[in-house]
Design a protein around this ligand. Sequence first.
Ligand SMILES: [Zn+2]
Length: 72
Amino acid sequence: MGKLIFLVLAVLIVWAVVKSYANSRRRDQAPRTAAPEDMVRCTHCGVHLPRSESHASGEKFFCSEDHLRLHR
Ligand SMILES: [Zn+2]
């Protein structure tokens, strides 16, 4: 009887560990997939960067204000 209780407890512990591991993995992955951002290409030097970090001039994007100014 004692052996059966031990077995049930062991299964419950393993299940709890696996479940918490799966939850923590899901939490880790969430921020990466939450906000996929457009990548744009600097018209001057060709470097790729996120749209939010780029300097836009009409339809064209630049990696820095220097390259934006050089293109004008
Ligand atoms: Zn550039």
